[in-house]
Structures are given as structure tokens and as C-alpha cells.
Design a protein around this ligand. Sequence first.
Ligand SMILES: [Zn+2]
Length: 85
Amino acid sequence: MQGSVSSSSLLAWVCWKLGVDLGKVDYRHTSQICPNCGAHTGQKYLSEHEHKCPECQYEINRDVAAAKVICHRGVTAAFAYRRAN
Ligand SMILES: [Zn+2]
């Protein structure tokens, strides 16, 4: 009988095996923040596919914008962790 492996534990193992840091970030509201200037741009409808910042005029695909916000949060958390340890 085979045991099941969750995707998060598999990812943790792969990162450990490769010597890559793994951390978790807050995924909430990532589509409501401008990755260029950090301004809150408000909730978007699912039909809105473009991020258009009224503050800095930055335009990009909304999913790419959300990914950039997640990346920024991860890098910020990693630097904060390394400074503290
Ligand atoms: Zn902006």
C-alpha cells in the first residue's frame, strides 16, 4: 500500500534536495496591489485581465502583476529572515 504525499510536502522535499530556500507568503490581495509602486488599486472583476495602476500608470497582465507581488513578498521575507538569523 502506497502512502499519499501532499504537494506542499513534495515541494518542501524538492527544495531541500536542491538546497533552495522555501517560504510561505501571504497570497491575499495580490491582484489589488501595483507591483511597480505598491499602491492599492482595488478589487478587480474576473473579467479584467489587465492591471492598470492609476498612481504610476503601470500596465501589465493581472496574473503577471500578482506573481510579481508574490515574488516581492517572498524576497522581502527572505531578506528579513536572513537579517534576523
Ligand atoms: Zn503603480
